[in-house]
Design a protein around this ligand. Structure first.
Ligand code: ZN
Ligand code: ZN
Length: 265
């Protein structure tokens, strides 16, 4: 019995992650057109009609674009906290009342056999969260879209088997790039996004726990590219005596295609 994890799409242009067990199939975010997500699921052997629900981290469009469509098409619930519901409901179209589920930060809940723990992360949205999902002693955590990490957050995720962690931008590329200054400041701010370096340093802390896999996620199209994110993060690990591939598996996610499908068990 495995916990299965696959990043279907990841990046500032749209995010959706599949997490499932034998009988429970869940999406975290649905920030692309519904049909793109359905075909990505099919590609990894998951029938979208078996989805049990969509968890929403926050209301930015790269996380919710397809959520309403999927809920209506497949008749499945959307789970978000109250502030996020308030901020997103006008953007996702009508959701049937019985498919409108509210969770509370720091209060865990179940979708069938999967336990889900939402917790606040620092980002410029109404009430953004990260999630840890538990199944049979295994734990998977998703923290993307956050301006910085802190001890509490590191502690929350460091006993995960697999972490999906943001590596949004390279700071030099961002500063030299085409974005207006206010946007550069926003991205670098305490409620913006983690840089590759931030991500590497956060990972150094996390692997003091039991993290064996990390997927670098939510890369900026303009201010990053996969090889650079991977290199920056693994350089930080190596220069601190951690061997990628041996002490920890570091993999990428992609804006336009699915990552590997991981079986955690
Ligand atoms: Zn995002
Ligand atoms: Zn965001």
């Amino acid at each position: 019995m495995n916990f299965k994890v696959c990043s279907l799409f990841s990046g500032s242009s749209g995010n959706s992650t599949y997490i499932g067990t034998e009988k429970t199939h869940i999406l975290v975010d649905a920030g692309l057109p519904g049909k793109s997500i359905i075909s990505a699921l099919r590609h990894i052997g998951i029938d979208s009609r078996e989805l049990k629900g969509i968890l929403i981290t926050h209301e930015h469009s790269d996380h919710i674009k397809g959520a309403g469509v999927l809920s209506r098409m497949l008749n499945i619930p959307i789970y978000a906290n109250e502030e996020t519901w308030n901020a997103m409901q006008d953007k996702i179209g009508r959701v049937a009342p019985y498919n409108r589920r509210i969770f509370y930060n720091n209060m865990d809940f179940y979708i069938d056999d999967v336990n889900i723990q939402p917790y606040k992360i620092p980002h410029d949205a109404a009430d953004p969260v990260g999630f840890s999902l538990y199944y049979q002693n295994r734990k998977v955590s998703i923290i993307t879209d956050l301006g910085h990490t802190n001890n509490k957050l590191i502690k929350t995720v460091m006993d995960s088997d697999l972490v999906i962690l943001e590596a949004n931008h390279d700071t030099d590329m961002l500063m030299a790039g085409p974005y207006p200054m206010h946007l550069k400041k926003r991205i670098q701010g305490r409620k913006g996004h983690l840089s590759n370096k931030d991500s590497g340093l956060a990972l150094l802390e996390m692997i003091k726990g039991r993290v064996t896999h990390v997927l670098l996620a939510h890369l900026s199209r303009e201010n990053n590219y996969p090889q650079l994110a991977y290199q920056t993060v693994t350089d930080i690990l190596v220069s601190n005596g951690v061997q990628p591939g041996k002490d920890i598996q570091v993999d990428m996610t992609y804006r336009d295609r699915a990552s590997n499908l991981y079986h955690i068990g």
